[in-house]
Design a protein around this ligand. Structure first.
Ligand SMILES: [Zn+2]
Length: 395
C-alpha cells in the first residue's frame, strides 16, 4: 500500500461520494426487509439479501443495505419472495375475502367465475374495494355457480348478456370462465365453450376452462382454445384427464401448451387434485405454468387452507423451490395484463412482497379425494408487504 492508498483507506469512510462538493445523504427507505433468503425466479435470484423499499416500489436489493428506514422487517431465517398472485380464487365472493388472502401473502388475484352476467356487479364491488389489485372472470352461465349446474340449461350460456356485462365493466372483467364438468354443463360442454369464445372474441379476452370429468373428450375441448387461454384443474383424474393410462401426456395437451395455452393447478376441494395423477403428470415432465388455490371461505378451513400451503404440496411432490415460487409469482403475472409488472422484485417494480416461513417437520397434506400424504416441509405466511406497506398478518 503506498501512502496515498493508505490515506484513502484510513479516511475513506468519511470522504466517499462527494457530489458537486456536497456530501451525499445516506439512502432513505420507507421499509427494509432485512436478511431473508430472497427467491425471485424472474431474476434467477436465490441469495441472502436486504430488500429496500421507497415510495411503494422496490428501491434496492443488496447484501447489506445500510441506509435508514422508517420500518424494518426482520426476515432472517425466512424466505422473501414476490407477492403471490392467485389466478383462480373465489375471494371476491365475500367482502372479507380479499383481506384474508392478503394476510396469506396474496397481493393480486383473479376471482374466477363466482358470478355470471346477472349478478357480476356483486363480485366487481368486492374486487373494487379490495386492497390488492384484482380482476374477475365472468361465468358464462348468467346465474353464476349453481348447485344444479351453471349451464345444464344451455340458455343460461347467454352470449348477449355476458357481452353486455363486459361492456359495462370493461376495466374489471379480465376474461370468461367456463366450467365444463359433467355435473356443471352436462352434454353442453362443447357448446358452452364455443359460446364463451364468442363472448371473448370482440374484447380479445382469455377464456379459463375448468376441465376434468367432462362429457366431451379433452382434445375436442382443447381444439377451441386460443393462445392466452387457461386450463384450470390440470391434475383432475379421469375421465378426461391430461394424461393417459400409460403415463403419456395427451399430444393435444402438449400442442395446446405449444401454442400458448396455460395449464393451471386450481387446487379446490372436489374432483380437481389427486396425488397419483399429480405424480404421473410431474414425472412426465409436464409442470404447471401456474398454481392457484380455487380458494373459498370453506377451503380456508380444509384442504386449501392458504396459498403457501398449496405451494407446499408441490414441494412434497419434489418440485424445486424456485419453480414452486415461479408458479405463484412471475408465471402468474403473465397470465393477466393487470399483473404484468408484478410477480418480481426487480428494482422499480411495485413493492409487493411475501415473507414466508419454510418450516421443517412432519406435515400432512390431503388431496381432493381424502388421500393423505406427509411431507418434511411446509410454507407458512409470515408477513405481507403491499405497495410498500406492511399489512396485518394472518391471525
Ligand atoms: Zn373455481
Amino acid at each position: 500500500m503506498n501512502r496515498r492508498q493508505f490515506v484513502f483507506a484510513a479516511t475513506g469512510a468519511a470522504t466517499i461520494v462527494p457530489v458537486a462538493g456536497v456530501l451525499a445523504a445516506p439512502a432513505k427507505y420507507d421499509l427494509i426487509v432485512k436478511g431473508g433468503r430472497v427467491i425471485d425466479p424472474s431474476r434467477k435470484l436465490d441469495a441472502i439479501r436486504d430488500v429496500g423499499i421507497a415510495h411503494g416500489r422496490i428501491a434496492a436489493i443488496e447484501a447489506n443495505i445500510s441506509g435508514e428506514a422508517a420500518e424494518t422487517i426482520d426476515a432472517r431465517g425466512k424466505l422473501v419472495v414476490p407477492g403471490l398472485i392467485d389466478i383462480h380464487t373465489h375471494a371476491a365472493r365475500t367482502k372479507e375475502g380479499p383481506a384474508l388472502c392478503l394476510a396469506d401473502g396474496v397481493t393480486g388475484f383473479v376471482d374466477a367465475g363466482s358470478q355470471g352476467a346477472d349478478r357480476i356487479g356483486e363480485t366487481i364491488a368486492v374486487a373494487k374495494s379490495a386492497p390488492q389489485p384484482c380482476r374477475v372472470l365472468i361465468n358464462i352461465g348468467r346465474a353464476g355457480i349453481l348447485p344444479e349446474g351453471d349451464t345444464m340449461d344451455i340458455s343460461r350460456a347467454d352470449v348477449g348478456a355476458a357481452r353486455e356485462a363486459i361492456g359495462r365493466n370493461r376495466e374489471m372483467i379480465a376474461g370468461i370462465k367456463a366450467r365444463l364438468s359433467r355435473d356443471v354443463a352436462g352434454a353442453n360442454d362443447f357448446e358452452v365453450l364455443r359460446r364463451s369464445q364468442e363472448v371473448a372474441s370482440p374484447f380479445h379476452l382469455p377464456v379459463m376452462i375448468h376441465m376434468g370429468q367432462t362429457m366431451s373428450p379433452l382434445p375436442t375441448l382443447l381444439a377451441l382454445l386460443k393462445p392466452g387461454d387457461v386450463v384450470t384443474h390440470m391434475f383432475a383424474p379421469p375421465p378426461n384427464s391430461i394424461i393417459d393410462d400409460s403415463g403419456h401426456i395427451l399430444p393435444e395437451v402438449i400442442a395446446a401448451r405449444r401454442r400458448g395455452v396455460r395449464f393451471d393447478l386450481g387446487n379446490g376441494r372436489t374432483g380437481h387434485l389427486r396425488w397419483d395423477i399429480a405424480d404421473r403428470v410431474l414425472k412426465a415432465g409436464f409442470l404447471p405454468d401456474t398454481f392457484s388455490t380455487d380458494w373459498t371461505p370453506e377451503g380456508r378451513a380444509a384442504q386449501v387452507i392458504d396459498f403457501p400451503n398449496v405451494m407446499s404440496k408441490f414441494l412434497m411432490l419434489d418440485m424445486p423451490l424456485d419453480q414452486v415460487v415461479a408458479c405463484a409469482t412471475v408465471n402468474a403475472s403473465r397470465a393477466f395484463g393487470v399483473f404484468r409488472n408484478r410477480g418480481t422484485l426487480r428494482v422499480g417494480a411495485p413493492a409487493d412482497v411475501a415473507v414466508l416461513e419454510l418450516r421443517d417437520g412432519t406435515f400432512e397434506f390431503v388431496d381432493n379425494y381424502g388421500n393423505k400424504r406427509t411431507g418434511p416441509h411446509r410454507l407458512f405466511p409470515s408477513a405481507t408487504v403491499l405497495a410498500g406497506r406492511r399489512v396485518a398478518t394472518r391471525s
